[in-house]
Design a binder for this molecule. Structure first.
Ligand SMILES: Cc1cc2nc3c(=O)[nH]c(=O)nc-3n(C[C@H](O)[C@H](O)[C@H](O)COP(=O)(O)O)c2cc1C
Length: 735
C-alpha cells in the first residue's frame, strides 16, 4: 500500500506519523508531525479541518465541509491552507518539508514482576534527531500494566511513533475490561494519538476509565480530547501529593509529583506490593538493546543514563534534586548511610535495616521503632521502571547514588555561575534548540537555570535574572508574532538594568517569516544588550548541524561568562603567575600532534589533538583526551566514528595555525585545508603523514577532559620519511 500523503503539506510518511483512526471517518490523511499545522478529517469525501492552533490565543482555522469527491476535497484544502498562510504572514508560504525517515519499530510484552508487565515500544534506529538521541543507540518507550485483584492500571501511553502497535499489542496482551485506571506520569501532543486510540479500544463498561495525572497533564488531555466525543469514556482525577489508589491484592499505587520546567506535568508512581518505582523521565535513557533489563549493569548502560541526564535533567538540576528528595528512594538491598553513627551503633542500624527490609518484602507491617533514622519514610525499591530505556534491576543502588552526585555537581556549578535559558515553544522545536544550547552551557561547567515562560511566574524570572551571569531567550513565530508569555518576559528583561551588562543570545524556530526572533534581537540591540553569539534562526525542526550551532553557541556564551568572572577575579590577583613545580613536571609529558575530524549527519567538526596515545595492540586502539567544552565533543560520543590525522614535522605549524583561529558556532573548521572523505564519513587531511579511521568504544571522565578509548578500524602511512610532529609544552597547566 502506498504511504499516505498529507493533504496539507504534501509530505508522505509512514502511517504511524498520521492520525489514522477518528470516530466515524473513512480515512484521515492529516500530518501529525510538528511542522504541519493543519490536520484534516476526510470523511466520505467531505473535508473537516481540525486545528490551526489555539495555543497562545491564536484562533483555530475552520473550513466548512464541502461535499465533493476526495481529490477535489484535497485540492480545496490545499488552496485554503495557502490562503490562510498568506493571511498569517505576508511572505511566501514554506516549501513542503521532506518526508520523515522510516524507522523500524515494534512493541513487545515482558513480565517484570508479579502481576506487572511492560509494553516496550522499541526503535532500533535513532528515533529522533534531538540532542538527547546523540548516542544513536535507538530508543524505547515503555508503558506498564499492573493487574490487581479488583482492577488493573495502565501506566502511560506511548509516543505517536508506536501508536498503532501499542494499542494492538495491549489489546492482545491484557483484558482491557479490567483496566479501570490510566496513570499519565507525562503527557504531550506526541501522545495524543495513542491516548485516543486506547480510549476508543476500551469496551463499553458503563463507568468511565479514571485518568490519574498532574494538573498540567490534565489541562493538556482536556484540550486535546475536546472535540472527539470521548467525554463519556474517561474521567480525569487531578492528583495531589500523597494520593493513592488501591488495585486490590496489595497493589496500592502512590503518586509523587516531580515537575521540572521541561516536563511540568512530571509524576512518578510507586507500587507498595512489588516495590516498583515507575519513574517516568527520571532514570531514563535513549537506548534500545536486546535486553529488557539492565543486564551488564553500569558498564552496559552507565554512559546512556549519564548522557540522558546531562541533556534532559542537568538544565533543571534544582527541580531534579527536589524530585529525588521527594521520592526518597533506596534500593532494597542498599545499606543506609549512618552519618554520625559509629561501632556497635552501625551494626544495630544494619540489623534494623535488614529486619525491616525482610518484613517489607513479606508485606508485613513494620513498626517505626524498628527502623533506622528516616528509613520508614523511604521508598524501598526493587526495580526502577522508567519511560525510556531498560528496567533497572541490578544497578538501582548505583543509579540512585549517581543521580545524587550528578545533581549535586550541577548545583555546585550553578553556585559559581548560571545562565538563564528563557523560552516558550508550542510544538517543541524551540525547546529542542533550548536543550542543545543548555547542553553547550553545561558542558563548559556553567550552571543552567531553565525558565519555560509558559509556566514560570514573573517573580521567578526576575529572581533568575538577578542570580544569573548571562541569559538566552528563545521564541517560535506564531501568526507573525512572538507568543504573549515571551512578550511579557522580554518586557521584564528590557527594564532590568543588571541584565544589560550580561552576555546574552537569541534563538527560535519559525516556519516562513520568523518575525519573533528578529524582533527580540532588534529590541535587545536597541537597548544596548551584549549579544554573545550570532542569533540562531531555525526553520521548523532543527537538523544535526543546527543543534551543533546551538551547542557551540551555548559553550561560547558560557566561556564569555567565565572570562568575565575571571577578569573580575584577576583584577585583585598578581599579574604574573609562575608555573608550579607540578605543572612544569607534567608539562614534560609529550604527545604526537594530530588533527581529529568527525562528522554526523550534516554536522562536522575538528580539533587539534596532542594528548594522544596508543592504548592496545589487539585490536589496535588509541586514547585521545578531549576537553569537555570542546566543540567536537558532541560528535565523539560512544559509538561515533572519527579520523585521527597524524601531522609531520614539515607541515604541522601551518595546519595548527589554521585550526587555532577563532571559529563562529557551527563554522566549518577544515575549509582552508585540503581533505578527502574517509570510508567512515570523517575527513582525511592531505597533509597528514598517516591517518586512522576510529570508533569510540568508551569514554572515561578525567577531570576537565573526556578520555576516549577508540579502536582503529582502518588506516594508512602516507609519508614514511617525515617524522611525527611532537607537541612540547612549557607547563602542564595548558596545551
Ligand atoms: C498557528 C501557527 C501560526 C504560525 N505562524 C507563523 C508565522 O507567522 N511565521 C512563521 O515564520 N512561522 C509561523 N508558524 C510556524 C512556526 O513558527 C513553526 O512551526 C515553529 O517551528 C514552531 O516552533 P515551536 O515548535 O518551538 O513552537 C506558525 C505555526 C502555527 C501552528
Amino acid at each position: 500500500m502506498a504511504a499516505p500523503v498529507c493533504v496539507s503539506c504534501g509530505a508522505s510518511a509512514p502511517s504511524s506519523t498520521f492520525i489514522t483512526s477518528v470516530r466515524n471517518s473513512t480515512s484521515l490523511s492529516s500530518h501529525s508531525a510538528s511542522f504541519c499545522r493543519f490536520k484534516f478529517a476526510i470523511r466520505n469525501g467531505a473535508v473537516f479541518t481540525q486545528t490551526g492552533d489555539t495555543q497562545f490565543g491564536i484562533p483555530a482555522l475552520r473550513i466548512n465541509a464541502v461535499n465533493v469527491g476526495e481529490d477535489e476535497a484535497k485540492s480545496s484544502v490545499r488552496q485554503a491552507v495557502a490562503v490562510d498562510q498568506n493571511k498569517v504572514s505576508t511572505s511566501s508560504p514554506p516549501p513542503p518539508p521532506s518526508a520523515p525517515v522510516k524507522q523500524e519499530t515494534d512493541v513487545r510484552v515482558v513480565q517484570i514482576a508479579k502481576d506487572t508487565i511492560t509494553l516496550r515500544g522499541r526503535s532500533i534506529d535513532r528515533l529522533k534527531y534531538e540532542v538527547e538521541y546523540g548516542l544513536k543507540r535507538g530508543s524505547t518507550n515503555n508503558s506498564y500494566i499492573i493487574q490487581g485483584a479488583t482492577a488493573s492500571a495502565l501506566i502511560d501511553v506511548m509516543d505517536q511513533a508506536f501508536a498503532d502497535a501499542f494499542v494492538k499489542t495491549l489489546t492482545s496482551a491484557v483484558n482491557l475490561e479490567a483496566i479501570k485506571y490510566l496513570v499519565l506520569g507525562h503527557f504531550s501532543p506526541k501522545r495524543v494519538e495513542s491516548l485516543k486510540a486506547f480510549l476508543k479500544a476500551l469496551p463499553n463498561q458503563g463507568a468511565p476509565i479514571e485518568i490519574f495525572c498532574s494538573n498540567p497533564a490534565a489541562q493538556l488531555v482536556t484540550k486535546f480530547l475536546a472535540d472527539d466525543g470521548l467525554e463519556n469514556i474517561y474521567k480525569i482525577r487531578n492528583v495531589r501529593a500523597g494520593d493513592v489508589v488501591d488495585l486490590g491484592g496489595g497493589h496500592e499505587l502512590k503518586f509523587i509529583l516531580t515537575p521540572t520546567p521541561r516536563w511540568p506535568d512530571g509524576m512518578c508512581t510507586y507500587d507498595s506490593s512489588t516495590q516498583l518505582l515507575f519513574s517516568q523521565k527520571l532514570f531514563s535513557a535513549h537506548v534500545c538493546q536486546s535486553d529488557d533489563f539492565d543486564v551488564g549493569g553500569w558498564d552496559a548502560y552507565g554512559e546512556d543514563w549519564r548522557f540522558y541526564f546531562e541533556c534532559m535533567l542537568a538544565p533543571s538540576a534544582k527541580q531534579a534534586r527536589i524530585a529525588l528528595e521527594r521520592l526518597n528512594i533506596v534500593a532494597q538491598y542498599a545499606k543506609p548511610s549512618y552519618r554520625d553513627k559509629k561501632g556497635v551503633d552501625v551494626v544495630k542500624e544494619d540489623m534494623k535495616y535488614i529486619f525491616s527490609t525482610v518484613l517489607r518484602s513479606l508485606n508485613l507491617p513494620v513498626s517505626k521503632s524498628l527502623l533506622s533514622d528516616g528509613v520508614v519514610e523511604k521508598l524501598v525499591t526493587t526495580a526502577i521502571c522508567p519511560i525510556h530505556g531498560p528496567v533497572v534491576r541490578s544497578t538501582v543502588t548505583e543509579l540512585i547514588r549517581e543521580y545524587g552526585v550528578w545533581t549535586f555537581e550541577k548545583l555546585k556549578q550553578a553556585e559559581e555561575a548560571t545562565v538563564a535559558v528563557i523560552y516558550a515553544s508550542a510544538y517543541g522545536n524551540t525547546t529542542a534548540l533550548a536543550q542543545a544550547i543548555s547542553r553547550g552551557i553545561s558542558k563548559a561547567g556553567v550552571g543552567v537555570d531553565t525558565l519555560n515562560v509558559e509556566i514560570c511566574s514573573t517573580e521567578e524570572l526576575k529572581a533568575s535574572l538577578q542570580r544569573c551571569s548571562g541569559f538566552v531567550i528563545g521564541s517560535p513565530t506564531l501568526g507573525g508574532h512572538m507568543p504573549t508569555p515571551i512578550q511579557n518576559a522580554l518586557g521584564v528583561i528590557l527594564v532590568d538594568e543588571k541584565a544589560k551588562s550580561l552576555p546574552c543570545g537569541v534563538f527560535g524556530s519559525f516556519g516562513w517569516s520568523g518575525e519573533a526572533v528578529d524582533l527580540i534581537e532588534q529590541r535587545l540591540k536597541d537597548c544596548d544588550f551584549k549579544l554573545a553569539f550570532p542569533t540562531i534562526r531555525c526553520k521548523f525542526k532543527p537538523t544535526e548541524a543546527t543543534l551543533q550551532v546551538c551547542e557551540e553557541s551555548g559553550t561560547d556564551l558560557a566561556q564569555a561568562v567565565k572570562r568575565l568572572k575571571a577578569k573580575r577575579g584577576s583584577e585583585s590577583a598578581p599579574k604574573f603567575v609562575v608555573a608550579s613545580n607540578v605543572e612544569q613536571a607534567v608539562g614534560r609529558v609529550v604527545g604526537s600532534l594530530c588533527v581529529l575530524t568527525a562528522r554526523s549527519g550534516d554536522a562536522e567538526s575538528a580539533m587539534l589533538a596532542s594528548w594522544v596515545s596508543q592504548a592496545s595492540f589487539v585490536p589496535p586502539g588509541i586514547t585521545v583526551a578531549v576537553a569537555k567544552d570542546r566543540a567536537v565533543e558532541g560528535l565523539v560520543l560512544v559509538g561515533a566514528k572519527f579520523v585521527l590525522n597524524v601531522l609531520g614535522q614539515n607541515k604541522s605549524t601551518a595546519v595548527a595555525k589554521e585550526l587555532l583561529k577563532p571559529f563562529k558556532p557551527g563554522e566549518k573548521r577544515l575549509e582552508g585545508l585540503e581533505t578527502r572523505e574517509a570510508s567512515n564519513g570523517g575527513l582525511i587531511l592531505k597533509d597528514a603523514i598517516s591517518w586512522m579511521e576510529c570508533t569510540v568504544k568508551s569514554r572515561l571522565e578525567t577531570g576537565d577532559h573526556w578520555l576516549l578509548y577508540a579502536t582503529v578500524d582502518a588506516g594508512d602511512l602516507v609519508d614514511e620519511k617525515t617524522l611525527t610532529a611532537i607537541h612540547h609544552r612549557k607547563t602542564g597547566a595548558r596545551y
